[in-house]
Design a protein around this ligand. Structure first.
Ligand SMILES: [Zn+2]
Length: 265
């Protein structure tokens, strides 16, 4: 019953993910298919100012009032629930370059994947990907990169975790991916890579929280964003390797409008 209910939610999951998972969630994911039917870009005539005009499915991008990313400032301290990451290592089967970023899709059955507990609510990791520099600003400051870990609860609630990455020591977990980074749009099959996303998390889990959206078309809203305060170090060489493929895969900060940003105590 629960599995059946979850299956019926998968199209919803597809609609809400940063890049829709319509194809990636199919049983056969051995072949790469672009998640977007209409091409968009981070600059020029298909850039962020024009996303809504490119496709009716992208209309929220320039009309939504709860869009992401934002510049985090004026946060209000609040008694927010603790985060508990129940991540684990598992073999990676493939790594994607979707033309906008490097990305991992997860296909775990409910209850067998990488979970995140926020208070009583349980979320499962659906995909992770990177931006350079960070899309989020904190008090006007941008970081060298950001990791986005996109989760979903069984009721469809989407939760993104942003891990700010800054120039420092090399990260061994990141290097496992970078060693196999597809240089052009498509995917590469992997063998013998056991990957644990917990290796990309900071030591301390204080965070900012606000309601926002996917930061790429279709810019779907209803996404709870958790931005971890403590950054994680990656090396200059690791940043440069990503920048060679994606020098600027970043949407500009969006108006906060009536939203409130909360900060864990
Ligand atoms: Zn992202």
């Amino acid at each position: 019953m629960r599995i059946g209910a979850l299956r019926s939610l998968l199209p919803l999951a597809a609609a809400l993910c940063v890049a829709p998972l319509t194809h990636a969630q199919d049983a056969d994911y051995s072949h790469y298919v672009s998640p977007w039917k209409t091409h968009w870009d981070y600059s020029g005539p298909r850039g962020p100012q024009h996303w809504s005009a490119l496709d009716p499915d992208y209309v929220l991008c320039n009309t939504g009032k709860q869009q992401s990313p934002i510049d985090i400032r004026g946060a209000q301290k609040a008694a927010l629930p603790a985060l508990r990451f129940e991540y684990r290592g598992e073999p990676l089967r493939y790594l994607i370059n979707n033309g906008a970023t490097i990305r991992i899709n997860y296909h775990d059955a409910a209850g067998s994947g990488n979970d995140l507990l926020l208070g009583e609510e349980r979320f499962q990791l659906l995909q992770l990907h990177f931006h350079r520099p960070s899309e989020e600003l904190v008090h006007g400051k941008r970081y060298d990169m950001v990791l986005h870990l996109m989760h979903q609860a069984s009721d469809g609630h989407v939760l993104g975790v942003a891990v700010l990455l800054r120039n420092g020591g090399a990260n061994a977990t990141l290097q496992q991916l970078w060693d196999h980074m597809p240089k052009t749009e498509g995917q590469v099959g992997l063998e013998g890579v056991s990957f644990d996303p917990a290796g990309l998390l900071p030591r301390e889990l204080g965070y900012y929280r606000y309601q926002g959206s996917q930061t790429a078309p279709p810019c779907s809203e209803g996404v709870t964003w958790i931005v971890l305060k403590m950054p994680v170090e990656v090396s200059a060489a690791q940043i440069a390797a990503f920048a060679q493929l994606f020098p600027h895969d970043v949407r500009p900060p969006q108006p906060l409008n009536a939203r409130i940003v909360e900060e864990s105590e």
